[in-house]
Structure formats: structure tokens, C-alpha cells
Design a protein around this ligand. Structure first.
Ligand SMILES: Nc1ncnc2c1ncn2[C@@H]1O[C@H](COP(=O)(O)OP(=O)(O)OP(=O)(O)O)[C@@H](O)[C@H]1O
Ligand SMILES: [Mg+2]
Length: 240
């Protein structure tokens, strides 16, 4: 199993586009794939994939919360069959843990433990590829997912030039002793002439640049374009 987490230091950097396309590509290649919408505050995977609102990740959190009234939360465990009811199937065959619908979610129960239980359950499952689409907050559960995943990706959107935001994010992460050397940088969109080159940014931060994705032009057909092809090659490299 490979767990890939897609994080970005700025909003709108292309995390969901990348997570979703990579999950669909993975499924198409024949891997048993799960896409998780972990953007608790503002996820849009359900909408984008035209799924049903329910079931979703908040139903699973609520189930854990209910169980934690009877058992100490640290003892709660799930077999794969027991969390199947929280999943949806997209028409492509991709399995999805859909977008949160509970506006109270981050503020009730014990969200860190709930997400940890969900993560541990997924880790023990028979999915071959799991992709986490994440929000932007530096919450403890986000750090936990980034630290535990096999392949934590930081999306850098040069289009909006957030290299300074990347620097600040890495400082903060280092400050809480996060193993920042685990991060891989994925540039979304080619830099313009006035922006720093991805290789230069990678050297400055001492982090590998795993790709530079092109601008998606108007998609008239479903045929794979350069954006898909680059993500496909990246997934191949990760699965090796
Ligand atoms: N390479 C690209 N070329 C053209 N448009 C793109 C590209 N990547 C992302 N976009 C567009 O940018 C917008 C933001 O993308 P997306 O929703 O994937 O970002 P996000 O990081 O998940 O945002 P949020 O922080 O709101 O979750 C969308 O309209 C998307 O279609
Ligand atoms: Mg998103």
C-alpha cells in the first residue's frame, strides 16, 4: 500500500485537482484506490465527483464519537468490513470517503483521535493506493497524516507565487520538529519569467521537486492531456 497525502501551503493551489486526477488515474491503472476528502472545513470532492452527500467522513467520525461514550477512544478499532458503510463508489470504480457535511465537526468530539482511528483503519486495509486531499490548516491531524503517509506532497502554485508562504510553512513545521525532509515538492503550473525556477526552489529548501504540472487548457475531450500524463508518470514512479 502507498498512502499519498496532498497538501499545499496556500488555498487554491490545485490540491484537489491533483488528488482527484491521481486517484482516477490510479483506479484506471487497476490499483484498488481510495480517495479521502480530509479537507474538513471546505472539502469539495463530493461536489466535483458528483457523489451523494452521504455517507461521508463525518458519519465515520460520529460513529467513533458514539463508540467513545462506551469505550475509551484509544481502544476503538475497525475491521475493514465495519467501515465499508462509510464509503461511496464513483462511477469510475474509484472508492471515496466523501466530504464532511457536519459543520461542527472540527470542534466536537476528539477530532485528532477520530482521524487517527480512520487513518489506522485505512492503513490496515487492502487498498493499494490511498490519496488524502487535505485542507490548508496546520492542525495536528494534518501534521499526523503528513508524517505517517508514505508520500507527503506539498503543492506549490507558482502561479500565485507562494514561495514565501512555503518558507514560512517549513519554518513552522520545523519548529514543531516535523520531519520536513520527508516532503516532496510538486509545482502546479510553469513559473513565469519573473518567478524562481522550481529546481532553484528545491535546492534552496533542500527538497526534491517531483514534477512541474502544466496549465490545464480547456478540456474538450476526455483524452489524457499533458497534465494527466505527468501525474500518471509520477504515480508509476511512486509505485515502483
Ligand atoms: N494546472 C492547472 N491549470 C489550470 N487550472 C488549474 C490547475 N490546477 C488547478 N486549477 C484550477 O484552480 C482552482 C483551484 O484548484 P483546486 O480546487 O484543485 O485547489 P485546492 O488547492 O484544492 O483549493 P482549496 O484550497 O480551495 O481546497 C480550480 O478552479 C482548478 O480548476
Ligand atoms: Mg481542495
Amino acid at each position: 500500500m502507498k498512502i499519498i497525502s496532498i497538501y499545499g501551503v496556500a488555498r487554491q493551489s490545485g490540491k484537489t485537482t491533483i488528488a482527484e486526477e491521481m486517484a482516477l488515474i490510479s483506479r484506471k491503472k487497476g490499483y484498488k484506490t481510495l480517495l479521502v476528502d480530509l479537507d474538513i472545513h471546505d472539502g469539495d470532492v463530493t461536489k466535483r465527483l458528483q457523489l451523494d452527500p452521504y455517507p461521508n467522513i463525518s458519519n465515520w467520525c460520529e460513529d467513533i464519537y458514539r463508540k467513545s461514550r462506551k469505550t475509551s477512544i484509544i481502544n476503538i478499532e475497525y475491521d475493514q468490513a465495519n467501515w465499508q458503510p462509510f464509503l461511496q463508489k464513483h462511477m469510475s470504480g474509484l472508492t471515496v470517503l466523501a466530504t464532511n457535511t457536519n459543520p461542527k465537526l472540527p470542534y466536537y468530539g476528539n477530532i485528532f483521535y477520530e482521524i487517527k482511528i480512520i487513518y489506522d483503519s485505512i492503513r490496515q486495509s487492502d487498498f493499494e493506493v490511498v490519496i488524502f486531499d487535505m485542507g490548508n490548516d496546520s492542525s495536528s491531524f494534518n501534521y499526523m497524516i503528513l508524517e505517517e503517509s508514505d508520500y507527503p506532497v506539498l503543492v506549490v502554485d507558482t502561479f500565485r507565487y507562494n514561495v514565501q508562504a512555503l518558507r514560512n510553512f517549513l519554518w513552522d513545521a520545523q519548529d514543531v520538529h516535523f520531519p520536513v525532509e520527508k516532503f516532496k515538492l510538486l509545482f502546479n503550473r510553469e513559473p513565469t519569467a519573473i518567478e524562481e525556477l522550481p529546481e532553484k526552489v528545491g535546492q534552496d529548501f533542500k527538497l526534491p521537486v517531483i514534477g512541474v504540472l502544466p496549465e490545464i487548457n480547456h478540456r474538450e475531450t476526455m483524452a489524457p492531456d499533458e497534465f494527466n500524463n505527468k501525474l500518471s508518470a509520477l504515480l508509476e514512479a511512486i509505485m515502483k
